[in-house]
Design a protein around this ligand. Structure first.
Ligand SMILES: Nc1ncnc2c1ncn2[C@@H]1O[C@H](COP(=O)(O)OP(=O)(O)OP(=O)(O)O)[C@@H](O)[C@H]1O
Length: 492
């Protein structure tokens, strides 16, 4: 099965998305069942602005850089801000030990707000939105770890993710956070031709097609499931994408299951499906102009056609020594072609698309995570969720566009793609490559939708390009906060 993501439903330039926060009233439910009465309460997330994390912060001496994450977490306007400690969130000592082992000092805003709603009994559904790289995975993972009963030897929590790579990554996070929970078993449900026998584990993480298949073949017992999480939920519920598969999976699960939906984006067209899928959910939502991560500086190159675009790309890579970077293209054949040409031009690059076999995909992503491969060329298959902290540059070689209406701008995919850098308070650079009027207007409508600032880079003054980019990422070290993670979420 190919787990390549498909774009969310159309949003056109002429129909600007309405202000999400004004339409959604956050609520908390006290009801014993998801379908029952709700009690209105304020639970919305504030917008996130990374104060003091512009390029200028990077000019500061190293000891100032070292203070950065704790500064960000002390700023009420920042998505990483919290008032509580993990110790105040009602987690078991084993789970707290896992958190501390990962070097997480304080929860982020989404973690602090989502966890009390998720952990409340009787369980209630949740729709949670927060900017890319703000720790949604830990939020739903801590809920699952808290809810599984290790005495019961059957699957109790299921996470569905849109790609094999993301499912493997989430599994790695659950294992890392649950490393002190004695006896915990986490299993993956992604295509695996070597799989024999039923899936035996407390927590299952997989892609919807494979999960469906395993349930049908009675290799996955759904009857003991208490929690269902859809990561990248807007993408998963998209009717042009995996919406039907997810609905079918849910129809096979216990009716009173706690449904948890997380994403950085919830476009209007998917919203009614989300509410239908997670009835009476508590909601933590953001406005679309609060979604951009300010640590990510956005640029564009205005090129003269496709060949100039490629020449600009290789010129750029000739200029910069970059920690790790991802180049997003629209089509699989473009990914293969650019890989071939860049290798021919002396660059070390790898590509990953849905055209590869599962085992080969695993090899490529693993070598990217370890830093062995530093430049990854890919399609939208990796646009969401992938967390590799060393990524300091994201390139949109093709500006994201929708399938329907064909060629319309795709702001959600744009946001997810650029969100592969600038994770959890880090800084990063997103560079868009334009080749014609259509790509120009697509980018323009995306940036105005998010009210994002975007800066042109010259294609004929490489000193200037270098200076502009280095202002943001002075070195690979500058892209990091000192709260070095000893986990990269990889599935090893
Ligand atoms: N409380 C915390 N303290 C420090 N680091 C954290 C904390 N929570 C999460 N992180 C780290 O932040 C990074 C981003 O987290 P995560 O991948 O869960 O983001 P996300 O919100 O799911 O992003 P996306 O929308 O792109 O999927 C990870 O490397 C994770 O280890």
């Amino acid at each position: 099965m190919s787990s390549e993501t498909s774009p969310p439903p159309a949003e056109t330039e002429s129909a600007p998305a309405p202000d999400l926060a004004s339409r959604i009233t956050p609520k908390e439910t006290e009801a014993p069942e998801a379908e029952l009465e709700t009690d209105m309460a304020q639970a919305s997330l504030d917008g996130g602005h990374i104060a003091g994390l512009g390029g200028s912060a990077l000019e500061e001496p190293e000891f100032d850089v070292e203070l950065k994450l704790s500064d960000l977490q002390a700023d009420p306007n920042n998505p990483l801000y919290s008032v509580k400690a993990f110790e105040e969130l009602n987690l078991s000592p084993e789970i707290l030990k896992g958190i501390s082992q990962l070097n997480f000092r304080k929860p982020s805003k989404i973690q602090e707000r989502a966890l009390p709603l998720l952990l409340r009994d009787p369980p209630t559904n949740l729709i949670g939105q927060s900017q890319s790289g703000t720790g949604k995975t830990a939020a739903f993972t801590l809920n699952m770890l808290s809810r599984v009963d290790l005495n019961l030897k059957r699957p109790q929590a299921l996470v569905l993710a849109p790609s094999r790579e993301l499912a493997r990554q989430i599994m790695g996070v659950v294992q890392a956070m649950g490393q002190f929970v004695t006896g915990l078993r986490v299993v993956s449900a992604v295509p695996d031709p070597t799989r024999k026998g039923p899936l035996e584990g407390h927590i299952v993480v997989g892609t919807p097609g494979t999960v469906m298949d395993l349930i049908r073949r009675r290799m996955l017992d759904p009857q003991g499931l208490k929690v269902l999480v859809l990561d990248e939920a807007d993408n998963m519920l998209d009717q042009q994408g995996m919406g039907d598969q997810c609905k079918r999976v849910k129809s096979l699960l216990p009716r009173d299951i706690q449904v948890v939906l997380f994403s950085a984006t919830f476009p209007e067209a998917v919203e009614k499906y989300a509410l239908h899928f997670a009835p009476n959910a508590n909601e933590l939502r953001l406005k679309h102009d609060e979604l951009t991560v300010e640590g990510i500086k956005q640029f564009f190159f205005d090129c003269d056609g496709e060949e100039h675009k490629y020449q600009t790309l290789v010129r750029f890579y000739g200029l910069m020594t970059i920690a790790s970077s991802i180049i997003f293209v629209k089509r699989r054949d473009t990914a293969a072609e650019i890989e071939r040409r860049m290798i021919g031009d002396g660059h070390k690059v790898a590509q990953l698309t849905g055209a590869l076999e599962g085992a080969d995909r695993d090899k490529v992503i693993d070598s990217f995570r370890t830093g062995e491969a530093k430049v990854l060329i890919t399609t939208n298959v990796l646009s969401r969720g992938i967390d590799v902290q060393s990524v300091s540059i994201v390139i949109n070689y093709d500006i994201p566009e929708l399938e329907r209406p064909r060629g319309a701008p795709d702001p959600e995919t744009y946001l997810h793609r650029i969100g592969r850098t600038g994770r959890f308070g880090r800084v990063g650079v997103a560079i868009n490559f334009l080749s014609d009027a259509a790509s120009f207007s697509r980018l323009q409508s995306i940036t105005s939708y998010f009210k994002a600032e975007i800066t042109p880079l010259p294609t004929d003054d490489w000193d200037e390009v270098e200076e502009q980019v280095k202002k943001v990422i002075k070195s690979s070290r500058a892209g990091r906060t000192t709260q070095e993670m000893n986990m990269d979420g990889s599935a090893e």
